[in-house]
Ligand binder design. Structure first.
Ligand code: 5GP
Ligand code: MG
Length: 178
């Protein structure tokens, strides 16, 4: 595994982002909605650095495997989502890859009478976008590689790592750890 973003780089990046978010949403009723499970670290660190009141909720998005030519259909579970009516919503995910997940989530949330709906991702992968939108806020742009750590998993392993690392061919050959 090769470390791509150290704990310190993440701390700084998330800290700067928290300042931006606090400036943009000052005096607004902000709800941060994290996408499970990958966003837990960035949500936890971001809200602790936000110098303003905020509500926190989560939803789950799972994609069924698509065919080679069409992406899998996305299923959104909003059972854990608090009421967002009249509130400014910031949807937070770990990574923007093809963008299908974020695009579908924003569409869904825009049907819920929120005052505004915007997106924030920890990572945006270079050259992978398949949708007609960009996230509103990106903490780090990264090259096209499979990354783990700081919430991101490989078969549910590695989420606990405090840094972001590129999973290399030999790591994949070993399979996920226990
Ligand atoms: P998208 O819908 O933008 O293609 O994919 C977003 C989802 O795919 C992310 O929320 C994440 O769960 C998963 N994903 C995409 N790229 C990576 C990656 O490099 N590493 C990990 N662990 N998950 C990824
Ligand atoms: Mg995800």
């Amino acid at each position: 595994m090769k470390i791509l973003l150290t704990e310190e780089q993440i701390r700084q990046g998330v800290g700067h982002m928290a300042q931006n978010v606090a400036r943009i949403y000052a005096d607004r009723p902000l709800s941060i909605i994290g996408v499970l499970t990958g966003s837990i670290m960035v949500v936890a660190d971001l809200v602790r650095r936000l110098d303003m009141p905020v509500r926190i909720g989560f939803l789950r998005a799972s994609s069924y495997r698509g065919s080679a030519t069409s992406p899998g259909e996305l299923s959104i579970n909003a059972d854990l989502l608090p009421d967002v009516k009249g509130r400014d919503v910031l949807v937070v995910d770990d990574i923007f890859d093809t963008g299908h997940t974020m695009s579908a989530l924003l569409q869904r949330l825009r049907g819920m009478e929120a005052a505004s709906v915007r997106s924030l991702v920890l990572l945006r992968k270079h050259g992978r976008k398949e949708v007609n939108m960009e996230p509103d806020h990106v903490v780090f742009d990264i090259p096209d590689a499979f990354v783990v750590g700081y919430g991101l998993d490989y078969e549910d392993a590695y989420r606990h790592l405090p840094y972001v690392a590129v999973l290399e061919a030999e790591d994949l050959a070993l399979g996920p750890p226990q």
